[in-house]
Design a protein around this ligand. Structure first.
Ligand code: DGJ
Length: 699
């Protein structure tokens, strides 16, 4: 890893397999030169485009690291400002660079106005992933307004069209993949809902011809949980660009005198195949993105009582569920919605974060003590950014929700969004959760957010269009403050399932509730989508009785799918048979044996349920001494499927042992990946878990 600086202001970010090259030319223009395989460092130079005419500007053709709005650049820009005198163009001059071993910052300032702009790059040891972001500083006296501040612009090599993979999900159907071949014009993936949403994902994955194992893939993921925009375009000359960052939809930011604005980071990289891309991002996120307290610790098996009792929580039923959960080996018992205020359903109570005395006459302590004496930690659900109109909080502070006096508030799920830009709201939220954590032995907070924003009036702000950004910033800041004060408490980000499942959330929260859809069959696609650019260990996956649809798959099948993330249980254990409880116990025991491999290993997606009728995922420990293979199929077509299973990710020179369908195997990694073993996959809800161990010499 190094930053190579050439004399002519050309900068090469050298990672193990990649050169990312850019520079500042003699006109002071930032220029992108190369993203791809390494070339001879001396070969990189600035080429100039001539041949400008009145309809095709030369500047509009250049590949840049950042396009500022102005002059004859008509393509999607990254930064657009409005200066106090009304000028809406930025024109930059180059002021030099700062660097150390693993970082680089190119400094620019406006030629006429007091604005500094920095392009920041960070490299990390032993990975091709780099991060990029932009900083802006107002060095003048008057406020500068920005209409757009993206985090980075990328130019992809060559002129053939790229396919952009993103998601077109929904509540209960997060991370469902879409592929868009970008021949010309633009493709936009975005959120305008306040959170990063269940729909598109703040990322791009661009390729021409690639599959799990090969083909050049360029990718970038934005660490931001609010409104984002990925705008990809292919120009008339065939150049494909992508600008990624905070959405400019209803966005503005007023940068006051002396103030600095730093954009969210974008993590980007290049890989040979989707599998390698995911493995890079997975291990990178564990090492560099997830909050440090829990990043290197395996996540506990949790039980969450939401689907068992919904709002009908009380001390008796939670204690009864806790007993059964403890017997099956659960380590963390989480009480979900319904424990506070007048919360009997979703019409009332949000905002009143005091315990409901009808449900818990002796306070939370009685339940928490019971849970602790059963050997489990206790976790709790909150939805701090929201308020029901029917709540003490709203009755006392009707002005605390975003609103316009002249407009009817849309009450999605009968709730309103609190104006998180108000310092008094931030203090209220911090103090109620701080008190909850200080007064009770709580080790886990599930932080939910169950609606999109609307009627976003924030009269307290001089520039109300800043609220989208300030809201998310306030959430991050409060979580960071709480984590600082309560370092042994883990936080989960939930937004009606995976409505805020992104690397921004994962920079502050320790894990994510991936989807309210716990149907094991549907989960195969959802979890695959999540695994593309997010860390597996942060992906909470529950075994439940499934309430959205009527027909749960068999318990072992549900375990097979849920064990491919951070396992949780969410069914109504009070209704489980002895046999069901035994299955739970056995699978939880098994999960504890393999969870280090799942949570910290490398994932090889070998067979795809949609393409192959069968899902086969192989998780391999970093030292390749252990591996766990999950095979599942909800039902093979044409009755049955006899097929060789070829394993991936094993060390070809090592020998491995394992049992499968009553047979014991001892084979080399080479044999297992080249030849494989014969399987007969048949029937509804087929599922197998194979644990592969290295056979050490002398064993
Ligand atoms: C939505 C979440 O995704 C669920 O898991 C549950 O916590 C409910 N909210 C509670 O209202």
């Amino acid at each position: 890893m190094s930053v190579i600086i050439k004399e002519n202001n050309i900068f090469i970010l050298e990672t193990p397999n990649t050169h990312y090259v850019f520079g500042v030319d003699k006109y002071g223009l930032n220029r992108h030169l190369h993203w791809g395989e390494k070339c001879d460092a001396d070969d990189y130079f600035f080429e100039y485009i001539g041949d400008e005419n009145s309809n095709h500007s030369m500047l509009d053709e250049y590949k840049q690291e950042l396009t500022v709005f102005g002059s004859t650049m008509y393509r999607e820009c990254g930064v657009k400002a409005q200066f106090p005198d009304g000028c809406r163009e930025i024109s930059l001059k180059y002021d030099g660079f700062e660097t150390d071993e693993n970082s680089l910052c190119l400094k620019f300032s406006d030629k006429a106005y007091p604005l500094e702009l920095k392009l920041n790059y960070q490299l990390y040891d032993e990975t091709d992933i780099i991060s990029r972001w932009i900083s802006l500083k107002n060095t003048g006296k008057e406020t500068i307004r920005f209409e757009k501040i993206a985090s980075a612009e990328f130019s992809l090599p060559g002129i053939e069209p790229y396919t952009f993979e993103n998601t077109n999900g929904s509540w209960g159907g997060e991370f469902l993949k879409t592929e868009t071949l970008l021949n010309g014009g633009s493709a936009v993936f975005e959120s305008r809902k306040g959170g990063s949403s269940h729909n598109n994902t703040p990322q791009f994955i661009a390729y021409r011809s690639a599959d799990e194992k090969s083909g050049e893939v360029f990718f970038a993921s934005l660490a931001y949980s609010g409104n984002f925009k990925v705008s990809a375009s292919r120009d008339l000359y065939g150049i494909t660009r992508a600008v990624i960052g905070i959405n400019d939809f209803d966005f503005e930011y007023s940068l006051g005198s002396g103030e600095i604005f730093e954009t969210p980071k974008v993590y980007c990289g290049r890989a040979d195949g989707f599998g390698e891309m995911s493995r890079q991002m997975n291990s990178f996120a564990v090492k560099h993105i997830l909050p440090r307290q829990f990043a290197d610790k395996p996540l506990p098996v949790l039980y969450n009582a939401w689907e068992a009792v919904f709002f009908d929580v009380n001390c008796e039923n939670q204690t009864a569920l806790a007993k059964l959960a403890a017997e099956m080996g659960v380590e963390l018992f989480v009480m979900d919605d319904g424990w506070f205020g007048q919360r009997k359903n979703d019409w009332a109570g949000l905002g009143d974060w005091y315990v409901n005395k009808e449900k818990f006459p002796n306070g939370l302590g009685e339940l928490i003590n019971a849970v602790n004496s059963l050997g489990m930690d206790f976790g709790i659900w909150v939805e701090p950014e929201m308020v029901n109109a029917d709540s003490d909080l709203f009755r006392s502070h009707p002005d605390w929700a975003y609103h316009y006096d002249t407009r009817q508030a849309s009450e999605l799920r009968h709730q309103l969004v609190l104006n998180m830009t108000l310092p008094e709201v931030q203090e209220y939220i911090f103090s109620v959760i701080d008190n909850l954590l200080s007064e009770n032995n709580i080790k886990y907070v599930k932080w939910d957010m169950n609606r999109s924003f609307s009627e976003t009036g924030a009269q307290n702000l001089e520039n109300p269009k800043m609220l989208w950004y300030l809201h998310i910033k306030a959430v991050y800041d409060i979580v960071d403050r709480l984590k600082k004060k309560h370092p042994d408490v883990a936080f989960e980000s939930c937004a009606s399932g995976g409505g805020r499942a992104d690397l921004g959330a994962l920079s502050h929260f320790d894990q994510i509730w991936t989807s309210d859809n716990t149907d094991a069959v549907d989960r195969m696609a959802i979890q695959k989508g999540f695994s593309m650019l997010h860390p597996i260990k942060a992906m909470r996956a529950w075994v439940t009785d499934l309430y959205h649809d009527s027909k749960p798959s068999p318990l072992p099948f549900r375990f097979n799918i849920a064990m491919q993330g951070a396992l949780g249980i969410g069914g109504n254990l009070l209704k489980y048979s002895e046999e069901d409880l035994k299955i739970c116990r056995e699978n939880i025991t098994l999960y504890k044996e393999i969870r280090d491999i799942v949570q910290f290993g490398d994932l090889y997606r070998i067979l795809d349920i949609d393409k192959d009728d069968v899902l086969m995922n192989n998780y391999v420990s970093p030292d390749k001494s252990k591996s766990v293979v999950f095979i599942a199929s909800d039902g093979t077509k044409h009755f049955k499927k006899r097929m060789p299973l070829r394993f991936e990710g094993l060390d070809k020179t090592k020998r491995y042992t394992f049992s499968f369908d009553g047979k014991t195997y001892e084979k080399s990694g080479a044999y297992l990946s080249e030849v494989g073993i014969q399987a007969y996959i048949r029937g509804a809800y087929y599922n197998r878990i194979i644990i592969i161990d290295e056979k050490k010499k002398g064993e």
